[in-house]
Ligand binder design. Structure first.
Ligand code: F6P
Length: 599
């Protein structure tokens, strides 16, 4: 990777201090704050969006902090990673009786699966027994579709952990909750704390401990905050570990799939790779490994113009109601599935809008519950499914993106590219190769594509190279899907304006957003939100007294809840009238702006 210039127009340092200062959005944890760098992302052209995303992602690696925040590269953080790596090493020595369990909700759970299966494959390659397991809130169907409700259930979290680790004598549990907020994970950590003879809990998240969510969890005496406080105490004697550096607010407020997901992947890969190494785990080994991800980030964004062009193509498809398809191979394909699945809760997208397909489908994945194809169209994830179900209806208005590398079967990539090219010229590729190893056949694929981003990586160990390519692909896909939804009008300033309201965190986020945008009181906003959820103009006593769980469950059946609620609140119109306004102006951002102007 050649040295790469940092973005010139965005002054990262001055804005950093802005969000770090005590009076910047003081009631919000870092993971929910709005990022000053992206305040105008909703009106920016693609090239500026990419620059903003680059500057936001670069915040992950900033070292200097004048405030209380630990950073990814802080000395204390690196030391904690070393300690956790040593714990993993002990488990590797005793695979029969030991286990590492990774768990989380939404993208955090998907990445838990991604890394557990990736590292088990690596162990098998080295002739070791697999030691990694995963738990995702909502089970395997949540790997590829949005299932937010189970995130609210701490008992379910603990039960799943108990089940997966039955009979083991030593378990290292890694719970990921970017916002230190998911009750599902809180329940699991609490379970570990109550069984210290077997379980050592590790919490990965991106807020300082005092910002952990302190909202009471129905039917339970815990809060996430109370669990973190107990862990902090045990961390002093290394009976628990907290890995919680501040990364800065997400580019789209609260969208933890972005930096949160990337940092989760970086931190856990650094720990697990270090535990494999034959030499002792040293401070410098960890630090250098982290730095290699920073270089990969800069290297990825050195292709910013090409990324912007791809973002525009995807945006055009979504704007005219058509589709974006990622066709990937191996772990890059899986990242496509992960990126696509998060668009529903974040942007209120339909599952058809952005879809991922991976070569080999379930056969390649090795997920706990096996083939899920029969569960419905969302679960058709193989290239064959794409050929049968999607290809016949493709047009030039759809965007297809191939995700592959020089370690994949180039003939197969070429064959699929030919099939797609017969239906649409709007085919693009992101291809990873190693310097000096350029494949001639890849040229044929290039010719079929209207654009190809070629990432040429320097020689590296195969595992590390693969991890860097994966991060690069994740950043690319996050940029493409986020940018495309911005063009579709699903972002207002830097807020997700059409988010789903399907669990307590999302419900609170939606109510807060409405307050922020409308200036109305908390109770007025919540009332408007409930009217939109239940599709009524007047709230009955029954509705008003329902539990939050009932509200979020009902919200799962409705569409455009937040835009509807905002239009009603700002214009005083009925739900029906708001629906027809949003039908006439499907760009949600513009519909809301029009109401804001006239209110
Ligand atoms: O509630 C849905 C969601 O916001 C997903 O978008 C996200 O990936 C998931 O929650 C996990 O959040 P966290 O890692 O903060 O628990």
């Amino acid at each position: 990777m050649a040295a790469v210039a940092k973005p010139d127009r965005i002054d990262t340092f001055s804005t950093i201090h802005n969000w770090e200062s005590a009076d910047y959005e003081p009631t919000l944890p870092v993971s929910e704050k709005s990022n000053p760098l992206t305040r105008h992302i909703d009106r920016a052209p693609a090239s500026s969006i990419v620059k903003m995303l680059q500057a936001c992602d670069a915040e992950m690696f900033l070292e200097k902090s004048q405030t209380q925040y630990q950073r990814l590269l802080s000395e204390e953080m690196v030391k904690t990673l070393m300690e956790v790596a040593e714990r993993v090493r002990l488990i590797l020595k005793d695979p029969q009786d030991s286990l590492v369990v990774l768990s989380g909700c939404g993208t955090s759970g998907r990445l838990a699966f991604f890394m557990a299966s990736g590292f088990n494959r690596e162990l098998q390659r080295l002739n070791y027994a697999p030691v990694y397991s995963y738990v995702i809130a909502g089970g395997d169907r949540a790997l590829f579709s949005s299932q937010e409700a189970p995130e609210d259930d701490p008992t379910l979290g603990a039960l799943r952990l108990k089940k997966v680790s039955e009979g083991k004598k030593r378990v290292l549990f890694v719970g990921v909750s970017c916002g230190l907020s998911a009750p599902f994970v809180a329940g699991q950590l609490d379970f570990c704390l109550r069984h210290p003879d077997v379980y050592t809990p590790v919490l990965v998240g991106f807020n300082p401990a005092h910002q952990a969510r302190n909202e009471p969890i129905p039917g339970c005496t815990l809060t996430f905050h109370s669990v973190v406080t107990r862990m902090e105490e045990l961390a002093k004697t290394q009976k628990a570990f907290l890995i919680n550096p501040g990364l800065g607010p997400e580019a789209i407020s609260g969208s933890s799939r972005m930096k949160g997901g990337s940092a989760t992947k970086i931190l856990l890969e650094v720990v697990f790779s270090a535990s494999f190494s034959r030499t002792p785990v040293t401070f410098n080994l960890i630090l250098q490994h982290m730095r290699s991800y920073e270089k990969a980030l800069d290297f990825t964004y050195s292709h910013s113009q090409e990324i912007a062009a791809l973002m525009e193509a995807a945006g055009r498809s979504l704007q005219c109601g058509r589709q974006v398809c990622y066709l990937g191979w191996g772990s890059l394909g899986l990242l496509g599935l992960i990126d696509a699945s998060e668009c529903k809760p974040t942007f209120g997208a339909d599952h058809e809008d952005i879809r991922g397909f991976v070569s080999g489908g379930y056969k390649e994945l090795g997920n706990n519950e096996g083939d899920l194809t029969l569960m419905g169209p969302e679960f058709s994830i193989s290239h064959d499914d794409f050929l049968d179900g999607v290809l016949p209806r493709l047009t030039d208005d759809d965007t297809v993106l191939l995700l592959y590398s020089d370690s994949d079967d180039i003939d197969k990539v070429a064959k699929l590219a030919h099939r797609v090219r017969e239906k649409t010229s709007n085919i693009h590729a992101a291809y990873h190769q190693t310097a000096g190893d350029a494949a001639a056949k890849q040229d044929d694929i290039n010719k079929l594509c209207s654009s190809t981003i070629i990432f040429t990586w320097p020689q590296e160990t195969p595992e590390r190279l693969q991890h860097l390519r994966e991060l690069s692909t994740k950043l690319l896909l996050n940029a493409v899907s986020t940018g495309a939804h911005i063009f579709k009008g699903k972002v207002f300033k830097n807020y997700m304006i059409d988010l789903q309201v399907t669990n307590s965190k999302l419900y609170r986020r939606a109510a807060r957003l409405m307050q922020k945008l409308s200036g109305h009181s908390e109770s007025e906003c919540e009332e408007a939100l409930l009217k939109a959820i239940y599709q009524v103009d007047k709230l009955s006593e029954d509705i008003a007294t329902c539990s939050l769980e009932t509200h979020t469950h009902t919200a799962g059946k409705a569409k455009k809840v937040v835009p509807l609620a905002l239009v009603c609140l700002l214009s005083g119109c009925s739900i029906k009238e708001a629906e027809s306004r949003l039908e006439q102006q499907p760009i949600v951002r513009k519909a809301v702006e029009a109401c804001l102007k006239s209110s």
